[in-house]
Ligand binder design. Structure first.
Ligand SMILES: [Zn+2]
Length: 515
C-alpha cells in the first residue's frame, strides 16, 4: 500500500504526555486482557428497526464492506455520500484500496445499475437467479485469495481433528457422519491432493449447496457440552460457512439494491478516502515503570500507592519489557471506520445518504477504541458492532489545519481523547482490582487447604469475613463495559513536574492539530 507523506507544517501533535496517559494504561490493559481466559464480549450495532429502508441501506454497505475486502491485510469501511449530482460510495481501509478495491466496487455497482434498468418483472424467478449467479461469480473471482485462506485453515488445522472423531464413531448418528465425510472427501480434495486456488469458486458453491441441504448441520451434533473437541467442531461449522459467505453477501447486496431501486436512479460510483500514514506508538521506554504509569494515571495518593502493588502481584511476567518492546515496534494508524468519520467531518455540505442514520459498513466488528470514539463523538454516528478487542495500533484521526472546520473538530477530538483516557484508566483499575481479588482468594484458599493438621488439633476454617471486609465478587470476564464519565482535572500535573522534559523526547505523533 502506498503511504501518503504528510508535511509537518500541515499537521501537528497532541501533547506527548497526554497521549502517554492513554497509551500506557492501554498497553497494560492489552497485556492483562490477552492474559484473560474469557473472550471479550461483542457489542452489537444499534438496531435500524426491522427491514426498513434504513436497514436495507445498512445491508448494502455491509455487503460492499465484506465483498470489497479481498484478502488478508485488507479491511475496509464503507458509507454512501449524497452529492448534488448523485451518490458516492466512499471506501476507506487497509490494503490496495485505489488499485484493487475501488475498481472492483465500481464494476459491481455498474452491474447493479444495469440490473436496475430492467423492469421489475425481469428481476424475478429464474432471471433473478441468473443475475445472482453472474454477480456471485464476479465476487467469487475477486474473493479467491480470501476463500483459499479459509480453505487451507480448515483443511490443515480443523478438519483432521473432527474427521478423526467422526471416523471413530463417537456419535450415534453414524449414517450422517458417513454422508458428510463422503461429501467432504469429494469436494475438498482432487485426486487425494488439496485443491488449487482456482477451484475455490466451485468449492464455495458446493458449501453453499451443502448448507441449504442441511448436510453440514450434522456437525452441530458434536458441539454438545462435554465433547472433547467441541471448539473444533464449532470452528469447522463456522469455517464451512465462511467459505460460502461471499454468495450470501452477494445475495444480500442484490436484495438491498432491488429494495433501494430509487437510490440507483442517481449516478452511483465508488471513490476512496486516503489511508493514514503509519506512525510510531507514543510510548517512551525510559518512562515505562509501573510507578510512573500509576503516577500519571491517578491524582489520589492512596491509589498511586495501591495500584502499583496490586499490578506488581497480578501483572504477567516481563510486563514492562513487553511495553518497552511495543514502544519500539508498534506503529499506529487510523482505522478504516475512523477514516470514514473523519472524511464526513470535513464536509461543509453534503453528508450521508440518510443523515438520520450515519452508519458505516465494516468488514469486521470495530475494535474497542473505535467503538468508544464513535460513542463519544458529538456528531452522533450510528453505533456499529464491536468485538471489544484492544488494538495498540490505533490512533485518533489526523486533522489538517487546511481542512474545513479544523479547529472545532480538533476541540472535539481533545474532548474525546480525555474521555478515552478516563475510560481506559477506569477499565484498567477495575481489571487489576479484580485480578488481585481473584489471586488473593486463590492464595487464601490454598493456605486454608494446606494447613498442617499433624498436631492432633482440629483444623477449623477461618470464620467468613464480615460483610464490610468482603471484597466484591470479582468480574472474571474481560468484557469491557462503558463506565460513567468522570471528567476530572488533569490528575498528573503534580506528579510529572517537568513538562518541558517531553519536548526533548520528540515523540512524533503528527497528523493532528495543535490545541
Ligand atoms: Zn478500530
Amino acid at each position: 500500500m502506498q503511504k501518503r507523506t504528510i508535511s509537518r507544517s500541515q499537521y501537528d501533535t497532541h501533547k506527548p504526555k497526554e497521549l502517554r496517559r492513554l497509551y500506557e494504561p492501554l498497553g497494560v490493559l492489552h497485556e492483562l486482557t490477552m492474559k484473560g481466559t474469557t473472550k471479550p464480549r461483542s457489542i452489537f450495532s444499534t438496531s435500524a428497526q426491522g427491514i426498513s429502508i434504513m436497514q436495507r441501506r445498512r445491508n448494502f454497505v455491509d455487503a460492499i464492506a465484506f465483498l470489497g475486502a479481498y484478502g488478508k491485510g485488507c479491511e475496509i469501511a464503507v458509507a454512501v455520500e449524497r452529492q448534488p449530482d448523485g451518490l458516492i460510495v466512499r471506501v476507506a481501509g487497509t490494503g490496495d484500496i485505489d488499485g484493487t478495491v475501488v475498481p472492483f466496487v465500481n464494476s459491481l455497482l455498474g452491474m447493479l445499475s444495469a440490473t436496475m434498468k430492467l423492469g421489475k418483472d425481469e428481476i424475478k424467478g429464474d432471471n433473478k437467479e441468473r443475475i445472482l449467479l453472474c454477480l456471485s461469480d464476479f465476487a467469487l473471482d475477486f474473493a479467491q485469495e480470501k476463500v483459499f485462506s479459509h480453505y487451507m485453515k480448515l483443511l490443515h488445522h480443523i478438519a483432521p481433528v473432527c474427521l478423526a472423531d467422526m471416523t471413530a464413531g463417537l456419535n450415534e448418528a453414524r449414517r450422517d457422519s458417513l454422508d458428510f465425510m463422503t461429501w467432504f472427501q469429494e469436494n475438498f480434495y482432487k485426486n487425494g491432493a488439496p485443491l488449487p486456488r482456482e477451484h475455490m469458486k466451485l468449492l464455495a458453491k458446493e458449501c453453499f449447496k451443502a448448507r441449504q441441504s442441511r448436510l453440514i448441520n450434522h456437525l452441530r451434533e458434536f458441539t454438545y457440552q462435554g465433547h472433547e473437541h467441541v471448539t473444533y467442531f464449532e470452528k469447522f461449522y463456522k469455517q464451512l460457512r465462511k467459505l460460502s459467505l461471499t454468495i450470501d453477501m452477494t445475495s444480500q447486496l442484490l436484495e438491498s439494491t432491488i429494495f433501494l431501486r430509487q437510490d440507483f436512479t442517481n449516478d452511483l460510483a465508488a471513490e476512496s478516502i486516503p489511508s493514514s500514514p503509519s506512525l510510531p506508538i507514543p510510548l517512551l521506554p525510559r518512562k515505562l515503570t509501573i510507578e510512573g504509569i500509576a503516577n500519571r494515571m491517578f491524582s489520589d495518593p492512596s491509589k498511586r500507592d495501591d495500584f502499583p502493588q496490586k499490578l506488581q502481584q497480578t501483572a504477567p511476567p516481563k510486563l514492562i519489557q513487553t511495553l518497552a518492546q511495543y514502544s519500539q515496534e508498534v506503529h499506529t494508524e487510523v482505522h478504516p471506520e475512523l477514516l470514514v468519520i473523519n472524511y464526513f467531518d470535513t464536509l461543509s455540505d453534503g453528508g450521508f445518504i440518510d443523515e438520520r442514520d450515519r452508519y458505516i459498513g465494516c468488514t469486521k466488528p470495530s475494535c474497542y477504541l473505535c467503538h468508544l470514539f464513535i460513542l463519544y463523538h458529538p456528531a452522533g454516528y450510528s453505533m456499529i458492532s464491536s468485538s471489544s478487542k484492544i488494538c495498540l495500533n490505533w490512533r485518533l484521526p489526523d486533522i489538517s489545519v487546511k481542512e474545513y472546520n479544523a479547529m472545532a473538530r480538533a476541540e472535539n477530538q481533545k474532548s474525546i481523547l480525555r474521555q478515552l483516557i478516563n475510560t481506559i484508566r477506569i477499565q484498567l483499575e477495575e481489571k487489576v482490582n479484580n485480578e488481585w481479588i481473584l489471586q488473593t482468594h486463590r492464595t487464601e484458599s490454598e493456605t486454608e487447604w494446606t494447613l498442617p493438621i499433624d498436631d492432633g488439633t482440629l483444623n477449623y476454617s477461618p470464620q467468613p469475613p464480615s460483610p464490610e471486609s468482603t471484597p466484591s465478587y470479582p468480574i472474571t470476564s474481560t468484557e469491557l463495559r462503558i463506565p460513567e464519565l468522570d471528567i476530572s482535572p488533569d490528575e498528573t500535573s503534580s506528579v510529572d513536574k517537568d513538562p518541558d522534559q517531553d519536548a526533548e523526547d520528540v515523540i512524533l505523533f503528527k497528523g493532528r492539530c495543535r490545541f
